[in-house]
Design a protein. Structure first.
Lengths: 264, 271
């Protein structure tokens, strides 16, 4: 089976600064990959590569065996920590946005029967994320958790091959965060999604993921901190046993850094 | 209690706000009465009665020379110029400002030009407008448009460019093209800001209008004020100034109401 996402010897460099080096890994369909790592270790760059916000300096990123162009497209949906929804549209119109873009190149607005069916589909999706009661509400009137539910519904209605979550629950209260964990897990199972989630919370990473990737620098030159880039230094698939055991102590104790000795 | 913590309630606040205005009006009434006492033909501080009579004459009597009611002819001429100038500025702001804000290529190409134009004092180009467009309506309208458009364009462009990048990325992951992005994400969020910057620009727009009318015109609010200045007719100038202020306040209120009604999401919790 070809992997859905495939990194082949990927480097990302900005001039002299190496951000990612030699990233090679495959992500299979249906995986829920949690990406962790210290700040500045290239988690976000990794996500932007998949998203298409930037391209690799060397190597290639393949989606379903085809090299990605450095541009966002509807086969990869995304939910950011903030600003993921359009403040000038009500919930239902936020969800309909993607369908309207596909159905009406010139006006990005649907009319008549097409509008009705898009509306029904959007309503069903809002129902699925628990926002059935708030269809005509503007995002500014919603809580942070509701906004993230909306952002997820908006992305899922396009049926993306991969769903990218960029610290999606980072700004939420702990209680709300647990609700969101349940929601995402349920959606992932029911819709057969492939998810890549960047998070700061290592317990969240192990709780939700079927696989955990930790990014960090393998080598560190104290005189030239940008000389070496980060790569996936820890890559483990979780089964029920490892999941229940939680994050291994060396990962927690080192502040997500598996090889603390390598740091100056 | 500290002074900074004393916050007047709604009713008292209204009263406190009215006090300085009432003091000014009373002061004016006393001073103008004293001058009228000393000299019945005083022109510098006309009494409220004299101003009322002058205003009534201007707003009701037909001028036999033109066949129009003077104040109404002046008002309609000025408002038409203002509307045209502001309309042209708003339309070009919408087109250029959004293009500058959304498309990096356009920003690279036109950004420096707009910046250069924005630093030119508009009144300094008025002679050029008079030479190029003549002394008629076109040059006055052009002065208003040239005067306020650069500020509005730059304001709107920076607002659109400053919308969260996440929104633009998200729209693209939902399949939006550049055009769809502009139409459905940038434009609607630009409109309330456009109305805001229009409200700020109305003051300068009036300045440019009155300047142009003062220099070359035969009808208009600014023309009238500068015409009667020669006869020290404060009894006409003051009511005209008050009338212009009323028009300005009315315009501002109308723009704010439109924005609140049309873009509830842009005004706080928006219902």
């Amino acid at each position: 089976m070809t992997p859905i996402l495939s990194f082949k010897e990927v480097w990302v460099e900005y001039g002299d600064k190496v951000v990612l080096e030699r990233v090679s890994l495959d992500i299979a369909e249906g995986e829920f990959v949690s990406v962790i790592g210290p700040s500045g270790a290239g988690k976000s760059t990794f996500l932007r590569l998949v998203l298409g916000q930037e391209g690799p300096s060397r190597g290639e990123v393949l989606l379903d065996g085809t090299p990605l162009t450095p541009e966002c497209s509807p086969d990869r949906g995304v939910v950011f920590q903030r600003y993921s929804v359009f403040p000038h549209l009500t919930a239902i119109k936020n969800v309909m946005f993607g369908m309207e873009c596909a159905g009406s190149p010139l006006f990005a607005k649907l009319f008549g029967a097409a509008r009705k069916s898009a509306r029904d589909e959007a309503a069903a999706m809002l129902e699925a994320v628990g926002l059935g009661h708030a269809m005509d509400v503007y995002p500014a009137q919603m809580s942070g958790g509701m906004q993230q539910r909306l952002a997820i519904a908006q992305a899922l209605v396009k049926r993306p091959r991969v769903l990218l979550l960029d610290e999606p629950f980072g700004a939420l209260d702990p209680g709300i965060r647990l609700d969101m964990h349940e929601l995402v897990t349920a959606l992932w199972k029911n819709h057969g999604l492939t998810i890549v989630m960047v998070t700061h919370d290592i317990h969240e990473a192990f709780k939700l993921g079927t696989r955990v990737l930790a990014f960090d620098k393998r080598r560190h030159d104290p005189h030239a901190p940008n000389r070496y880039g980060a790569t996936a230094v820890y890559d483990v698939k979780l089964d029920r046993k490892t999941k229940e055991a939680g994050p291994p102590p060396e990962l927690v104790g080192a502040g997500i850094t598996p090889f603390p000795s390598s740091r100056a | 209690m500290r002074l900074v913590n004393i916050k007047p309630a709604r009713g008292p606040r209204f009263l406190i706000g009215a006090v300085p205005i009432i003091i000014l009006l009373v002061l004016y009434a006393v001073l103008s009465a004293a001058r009228a006492e000393a000299n019945a033909h005083d022109k510098v501080l006309p009494t409220f009665l004299a101003m009322g009579q002058a205003a009534l004459r201007l707003f009701t009597e037909v001028d036999p020379r033109t066949g129009d009611i003077t104040a109404l002819a002046d008002t309609s001429a000025s408002l038409w110029r203002l509307a045209m100038g502001v309309g042209i500025a708003t339309l070009s702001t919408l087109l250029i400002g959004i293009a500058l804000g959304v498309v990096p290529l356009v920003r690279a190409a036109l950004g420096p030009l707009v910046t250069v134009i924005a630093v030119i004092p508009p009144i300094a180009v008025l002679p050029i407008l008079f030479i190029a467009l003549g002394l008629g309506e076109a040059s006055k309208i052009a002065l208003i448009a040239v005067g306020i458009a650069p500020y509005m364009i730059r304001d709107l462009a920076s607002h659109v460019a400053g919308l969260p990048a996440e929104q633009f990325v998200k729209a693209q992951t939902l399949g939006a093209s550049t055009w769809q992005l502009t139409l459905r994400v940038a434009l609607p969020q630009a409109l309330p800001r456009l109305i805001d910057s229009l409200r700020f620009s109305m003051g300068p727009a009036w300045v440019f209008l009155i300047s142009a009318e003062a220099i070359a015109s035969d009808v208009g609010l600014g023309y009238r004020i500068f015409l009667v200045r020669r006869y020290l007719s404060m009894d006409i100038i003051l009511p005209y100034v008050a009338w212009i202020s009323c028009l300005a306040i009315l315009t501002d209120w109308a723009l704010l109401t439109i924005s609140r009604k049309a873009f509830p999401w842009a005004h706080g919790k928006g219902h």
